[in-house]
Design a protein around this ligand. Structure first.
Ligand code: 5RP
Length: 218
């Protein structure tokens, strides 16, 4: 079974958490694209969405779904997003699509964070996927040196500018045995906007799609 089929199964399973006439949070990526398309195809009418990226905004609007600013809506009931890696405690690495900062903001403002993945994203220890860090452009080299001190090998994702006008460093070679601590440590580095480690605010529900069907954790 392809990863896409697993992603689609997880995306479809997330629909049951969506209630009519609500404003939902919508993340970014290929798995979320399946979710957006499925949401548009079903009869249930939502009021609209708070989007985590320009790409998702465009796709949502393409389906006629209204976009709301987070500042205009207060807390969100349900946020649906993908991940690059997830561990058994529903802690995540995100940011493969460079949308980590807005994703983290929407996740923080949401009551229920539903993460949708195919089974290839599951790991016992986070870090196989290079950890994305969004940085202020003038701090790129400084932040990279601090990340090396933490044991990683940062690589500048050249040519990528985030929706916020910043840069991405992808940190290779980490085995993240204490994600809470590492998230705090990286957040302390001056010039870091966001680290794509979602440990302090993990997913509340993880939906894993595979050939066997759908597994929902916890
Ligand atoms: C974007 C993300 C995505 O959720 C993550 O990259 C997963 O993407 P995909 O669903 O395409 O595998 O964090 O910043």
């Amino acid at each position: 079974m392809s990863n896409d089929a697993g992603k689609q199964r997880a995306a479809l399973a997330a629909l049951k958490y969506i209630e009519e006439d609500t404003i939902i949070g919508v993340g970014t990526g290929s798995t979320v694209n399946f979710f957006i398309d499925a949401l548009a195809a079903q009869k249930l009418r939502i009021r609209g969405a708070v989007s985590s990226s320009n790409a998702s905004t465009e796709r949502l609007r393409g389906h006629g779904i209204e976009i709301f600013e987070l500042n205009a809506v207060g807390d969100i009931d349900v946020y649906v997003d993908g991940a690059d890696e997830c561990d058994p405690h529903l802690r995540l690495i995100k940011g493969g699509g460079a949308a980590l900062t807005r994703e983290k903001i929407v996740a923080a403002a949401s009551q229920l964070f539903i993460c949708i993945v195919d089974e290839s994203k599951q790991v016992s220890v986070l870090g196989r996927f290079p950890l994305p860090v969004e940085v202020i452009p003038m701090a790129r080299s400084y932040v990279a040196r601090q990340l090396i001190k933490l044991g990683g090998q940062p690589v500048w994702r050249e040519g990528v500018i985030t929706d916020n006008g910043n840069l991405i460093l992808d940190v290779h070679g980490l085995s993240i045995v204490d994600p809470l601590r590492l998230e705090s440590q990286i957040n302390q580095i001056v010039g870091v906007v966001t680290v794509g480690l979602f440990a302090h605010r993990p997913a509340d529900v993880l939906i894993v799609g595979s050939a066997a069907g759908v597994k929902i954790l916890p």
